[in-house]
Design a protein around this ligand. Structure first.
Ligand SMILES: Nc1ncnc2c1ncn2[C@@H]1O[C@H](COP(=O)(O)OP(=O)(O)O)[C@@H](O)[C@H]1O
Ligand SMILES: [Mg+2]
Length: 250
């Protein structure tokens, strides 16, 4: 790819204070505009740690992250306006309705009035949530909460959207709606970076992926090409097995 990367990660390291080994260990990665990039790996591989540093929520011990030409360590505020982050854990108010929750998050991004109302309606419809939008979040299924959580992270229409395991532990219907909606959002120009330990899902969804194990990248590239280039590998999961000698546990 000849374009400039929209995200440039150089020698990134993170070791938690009480840990005896790094969670992210010398990561180098370029992500280009318009990609759907998957950070894949088993539980504990360092996916959440990596994505949290990219989103400016966690400070690295060393290394550099440049997002859209800005250095994360010095231009945190400017970067936060250009990105959206959807955490794995649901961050919604149980006693508020979906609509009230989204109004709250929209206000936080400085949105209000009819513009905000129209945006909320648009996204509720896109994610198949219109019918129940006036009900309290506590009455929602896990998959529906995950969809509202996702809208909260993209209401301000960020250039770059980060999602941490957006499809883990939810029903198939919610999963499909999320994947299809994210594809649409990507088609309109948003770069998407997402983490998953579901390699089969990422194989079809991502333009490129990196497989992480113990905080290091062990494979990266286009899913189809990685599989074709690996003898006897029929999918990304078998590449992981071949490289590590271990199975990916759920
Ligand atoms: N707050 C923390 N304090 C200490 N160790 C942590 C913390 N968060 C994660 N870790 C450790 O860092 C490693 C990477 O974790 P994480 O980034 O959450 O992996 P993943 O998201 O791929 O499951 C794991 O060994 C995990 O136990
Ligand atoms: Mg995680």
């Amino acid at each position: 790819m000849k374009q400039n990367p929209i995200i440039k990660i150089t020698n990134l390291n993170k070791q938690y204070r009480d840990a005896n080994k790094p969670a992210v260990d010398g990561l180098n990665l370029n992500i280009y505009p318009g990609e759907i990039f998957g950070l894949l790996g088993p539980n504990g591989a360092g996916k959440t740690t990596t994505i949290s540093m990219l989103c400016t929520h966690l400070k690295p011990n060393s290394g550099s992250i440049i997002i859209n030409g800005k250095e994360v360590s010095t231009q945190q505020t400017a970067i936060r306006k250009e990105i959206g982050f959807v955490p794995q854990d649901i961050a919604l108010y149980d006693k508020l309705t979906a609509r009230e929750n989204l109004r709250f998050f929209g206000n936080m991004f400085g949105m209000k009035g009819k513009v905000l109302k129209d945006k909320i309606n648009y996204w509720l419809k896109t994610f198949g949530l219109q019918e129940k939008s006036g009900k309290q979040i506590k009455t929602y299924s896990g998959g529906m909460k995950r969809r509202v959580n996702l809208i909260a992270g993209l209401l301000h229409e960020p250039k770059i959207l980060f999602l941490d395991e957006p499809t883990v532990g939810i029903d198939v219907q919610s999963k499909n709606i999320i994947i299809e909606s994210l594809k649409e959002i990507n088609k309109k120009g948003t770069t998407i970076i997402y983490t998953s330990h579901h390699m089969d899902e990422a194989e079809h969804f991502c333009s490129r992926i990196a497989i992480i194990d113990y905080g290091k990248i062990i494979a990266k590239g286009e899913p189809r090409k990685l599989i074709d280039d690996c003898e006897e590998c029929e999918n990304l999961e078998s590449i992981f097995l071949k490289l590590t000698g271990r199975k990916l546990r759920d």
